[in-house]
Design a protein around this ligand. Structure first.
Ligand code: HEM
Length: 490
């Protein structure tokens, strides 16, 4: 025990020496996961959550006068943790995938693998490439069109179900936006009738898909932390329901996966030699079609006799179906509407753009690329209210990180800090989006930041990291943009 403890302390002291020269926030426990950090009480040096100033992300950097600081944690003595809001560092870390990977053992990445390994939680390099090869081709034009049409359908349903067709009030906008994007996910993801209000079945037997998906999603932390059989046999009915939800969800996904394969193979345009079907209009279909085409590509390369087929395993295809991104879209729409209330002049500008682009017609998918201000308002919302909060990375080799410090007199110094292989680096995207060295008057809601001189919208401005950057940036970005513009233009 004494040897174990002294080794622990030795490693912790080594971490402290690695971060020497940088401002630090020391703690007993690791507490980076934004999802649970907000729920913890502030206890100095044990879990100093307030020092992270979630509501005003730039404040800690202003206090330190540095856009890089370190977090030595007694509970994780094997690696140093660095937090950066430096835009050069963010670009470097995101673009050098041989030098910086993903810390895939972190809770958030382990958690999303619950139903099968999925792209977000793969290590950068070969494993990520294998997933991306299947997932990326799903987001083609036909899926974007589906995203638009299902969002318009969801919007009409929302007005009807929430009885606001002739005007009225929605009490809980966030709740409503999450329902809205879940509805779009259900319909565009699986091409199935997804109800607005999900009924709760009484029996403890198999649940319908929509109910199982909803129950699993809203209890994901419990689903990850508590073993499946404990949930299923727990004395409380409420907890047993969560086990039932997981069981039903997985069995629905497997059944849908297999029936989708059969459906694609029996569809009229199916090319038997190349194992290719006409482009499906739902994400599940697109994923299965992409997998089938990768399988036949590999078969052709390896010869027809080869047993092992590459592409993704069944559990991985199922895992990737679960990568929905609907909550991020739902939260962004919530904040966007709040900003449009607080800044009515922007509500007017969006309205003028919609009228000038669409005229008397209702907005449609063919207008999407012209609704620049609408999309710029979405980016500006993500800049000010970053939902993903942190982008964790890991150093695969010893390397350096650029950072900036400044003094009272306005003197600025650009520096580098040496970091060891295995160190964690958190790109603090909410603070990066408010870094006054990068953004002018960063607290102001101003969508024109994302418009060029010709009024064209672009997110590639000032290393904007709301959808992450480089190889690991959001694969569903365009889908999310289409959904958000469809909603806000209506
Ligand atoms: C406003 C909405 C959205 C925002 C702000 C957003 C943001 C992000 C961010 C920051 C990442 C990087 C996460 C990390 O490195 O841990 C990411 C990755 C990802 N997102 Fe999104 N996302 C949104 C919507 C969506 C949608 C609608 C989908 C799917 C339909 C989606 C699918 C993905 C996938 C698959 C990845 C992993 C990419 C990879 O590792 O190669 N996202 N997203």
């Amino acid at each position: 025990m004494a040897v174990y403890l002294s080794d622990w302390i030795r490693r912790y002291l080594s971490v402290r020496s690695q971060v020497r020269g940088l401002p630090t926030i020391s703690s007993l426990f690791e507490f980076f996961e934004s999802s649970y950090r907000q729920k913890l009480p502030h206890i100095s040096f044990i879990v100093p959550v307030r020092d992270y100033t979630i509501d005003t992300p730039w404040d800690k950097y202003a206090k330190f006068r540095s856009d890089l600081f370190a977090c030595p944690q007694l509970s994780t003595p094997s690696y140093a943790v660095y937090v950066t809001s430096n835009s050069n560092a963010a670009v470097l870390i995101s673009n050098k995938s041989g030098l910086f990977g993903k810390p895939i053992d972190m809770f958030r990445y382990v958690a999303i693998n619950i139903f099968g390994k999925q792209i977000t939680s793969t290590q950068s390099g070969d494993e990520h490439y294998r997933h991306k090869k299947i997932v990326k081709p799903c987001f083609k034009e036909n899926i974007m069109q589906t995203g638009w049409s299902k969002m318009v359908e969801a919007f009409q349903t929302m007005k009807f179900e929430e009885t606001i067709e002739g005007g009225g009030t929605i009490e809980d906008v966030k709740d409503c936006m999450i329902k809205l994007t879940l509805y779009v996910f259900g319909r565009s993801g699986f091409n199935m009738d997804f109800p607005w209000n999900i009924p709760q079945s009484k029996a403890e037997e198999s649940m319908p898909f929509a109910e199982a998906l909803h129950a699993v999603e809203s209890s994901i932390t419990v689903q990850v932390l508590v073993p499946f059989w404990t949930l299923v046999y727990f004395p409380l009915k409420l907890v047993r329901r969560l086990g039932q939800a997981q069981k039903s969800f997985v069995s629905h996904l497997k059944a849908m996966y297999h029936s989708k394969r059969l459906e694609l193979k029996s569809s009229s345009g199916y090319d038997q030699d190349r194992n290719i079907s006409p482009p499906p209009k739902d994400i599940l279909g697109a994923l299965v079609a992409s997998q089938m085409s990768a399988e036949s590509e590999e078969r052709l390369k390896a010869g027809k006799t080869r047993e092992k087929v590459l592409g993704l395993m069944e559990s991985e295809v199922i895992g990737n179906i679960c990568e929905a991104g609907h909550e991020t879209t739902g939260h962004t729409l919530t904040f966007l509407q709040a900003y449009l209330c607080v800044y009515p002049e922007w509500q007017d500008k969006l309205y003028e753009e919609i009228i000038s682009v669409c005229g008397d017609e209702p907005p449609s998918y063919r207008h999407v690329s012209q609704l620049n201000i609408c999309l710029a308002a979405c980016y500006e919302t993500i800049r000010l209210k970053d939902i993903v909060m942190t982008l964790p990375k890991i150093a695969m080799k010893d390397t350096t990180l650029p950072y900036t410090t400044w003094g009272d007199e306005g003197h600025i110094s650009h520096k580098v800090h040496c970091i060891k292989k295995g160190s964690h680096i958190i790109i603090d995207s909410p603070a990066l989006s408010l870094n006054p060295f990068v953004w002018t008057d960063p607290g102001r809601f101003d969508p024109t930041r994302f418009l060029d001189a010709n009024g064209r919208v672009s997110s590639s401005i000032n290393s904007f990291a709301g959808f992450s950057l480089g190889q690991r940036q959001c694969i569903g970005k365009r889908f999310a943009e289409v959904e958000m513009v469809a909603y806000i233009s209506h």
